[in-house]
Design a protein around this ligand. Structure first.
Ligand SMILES: *Cc1c(COP(=O)(O)O)cnc(C)c1O
Length: 401
């Protein structure tokens, strides 16, 4: 590590709360799918700011819009009508079957809004005294107290008691367990159809449809957390569109404004009746600057056929990874995902492989000790993905299992 980098590290140690286990890398500039570090070294970005920079880092069209909009209207609060919100809402709702949007600032807040709406709809519109939400093992729904309760993993709740009640966790893939967990107190089921932090685990269409059928049978609100799997990441606008289901509420965030903090909760006309003026609110959510960018992101996606491209490029990339896996038997346990949301599960602890990839200039994430998680900007060149496959093959080839 350079002296410059060490100095930065020491400064951070002094100044910031110790919440992050950082990568040994300080990024000072980013363009498209390339990052530049403090010592001027370039990296291929296979993380995209954790599924955020879908249209590439510092996208020129968005940069120009930010500059224009910053001189026109940034924030006046949700006490006012703002056309920017409506433009974005229209573009967003055109991507799925839902009718209404609530804008907020993050994924956790989008899930908070979803939980509040599902409960309020059940209690005030349906007149049923129920508020429990069923969630799945391995889930990740955010870091607020309610969303860590929904996430239900000890490492996220440790030391934060009392944790909010009303969340019931069931095993992944087990419809009988979900059926058994439903009680008169159950209001909703909250799932990621492709678990992200959980190691890129996609549901089978049959499983997703089974969950939907249980919700319909017991009159429960079905919420899909699409914070990571949404916005074209999987080769469709939303992950649930691979599964043939129609959730009542969808939460989104990460890629909505390509790097600026914007979240959205979308609901059906019926379920949206649960909110009335004053039920829920936020100061910043959906401000004019953010939603102007969000509308532009959706316009670019449509114009440049980003979703279709993601399906094609992601499909070819996954084929190449599968071919690699066959050439290197015993090294890769499984390749999972859709589009450019891909998990490569190794048959052994992946940290040394991840470190070697970083040393060779590839930035990606490691989850669950063994899973290389790939979430590159959707505009990444196929040549960059090919270079990754070659590097991974060399590293795996040298590894003694
Ligand atoms: C990242 C993520 C969240 C939390 O989003 P924040 O913006 O960090 O609050 C929630 N759900 C899923 C599936 C995520 O990937």
């Amino acid at each position: 590590m350079s002296e410059k980098f060490e100095a930065l590290k020491a400064r951070e140690e002094r100044l910031l709360c110790r919440t992050y286990g950082r990568y040994p890398l300080s990024v000072v500039e980013a363009q498209g799918a390339r990052l530049t570090d403090i010592d001027g070294r370039e990296y291929i970005d296979l993380l995209g700011g954790i599924a955020v920079a879908n249209l590439g880092h510092c996208n020129e069209e968005l940069a120009q819009l930010i500059e224009r909009q910053a001189r026109k209207l940034i924030h006046v609060s949700n006490l006012f009508y703002q056309e920017e919100q409506l433009n974005m809402a229209e573009a967003l709702l055109a991507t799925l079957h839902l009718d209404k949007v609530f804008f907020c600032n993050s994924g956790a807040e989008a899930n908070e809004a979803a939980i509040k709406l599902a409960r309020r709809y059940t209690q005030k519109v349906k007149g049923r005294e129920a508020g429990d939400i069923i969630t799945l093992e391995g889930a990740f729904h955010g870091r607020t107290l309610a969303t860590v309760a929904a996430t239900g993993q000890a490492r996220f709740t440790d030391g934060f008691a009392p944790i909010p009640q009303g969340f019931v966790k069931v095993a992944w893939g087990d419809l009988d367990a979900m059926r058994a967990a439903i009680s008169p107190r159950t209001a909703a089921v909250l799932v990621e159809v492709i678990q992200g932090e959980g190691g890129i685990r996609p549901m089978s269409p049959e499983y997703a449809q089974g969950i939907e059928a249980l919700c319909r049978e017991h009159d429960l609100v079905l919420i899909c957390d699409e914070v990571q799997s949404g916005m074209g990441r999987t080769g469709k606008y939303w992950g649930f569109q691979h599964m043939g289901i129609k959730p009542d509420i969808v939460s989104a965030a990460k890629a909505l404004a390509n790097g600026l903090p914007l979240g959205a909760m979308m609901a059906s006309e019926e379920v949206a009746r649960g909110f009335v003026a004053g039920s829920h609110a936020t100061t910043f959510g959906g401000g004019a600057l953010l939603t102007a960018i969000g509308a532009k992101v959706l316009e670019i996606m449509k114009r440049d056929k980003i979703v279709e491209r993601t399906a094609q490029v992601g499909g070819r990339f996954m084929d190449k990874l599968r071919a690699l896996s066959e050439r290197q038997p015993g090294k890769i346990r499984e390749i999972r995902g859709h589009g450019l949301m891909i998990g490569v599960e190794l048959a052994f602890p992946a940290k040394p492989v991840w470190e070697e990839l970083l040393a060779r200039g590839f930035v990606l994430n490691l989850t669950h000790e063994t899973v290389l998680r790939l979430l590159p900007p959707l505009i990444i060149n196929e040549a960059d993905l090919d270079m990754f496959v070659i590097a991974l093959e060399e590293i795996l080839g040298a590894h003694q299992a």
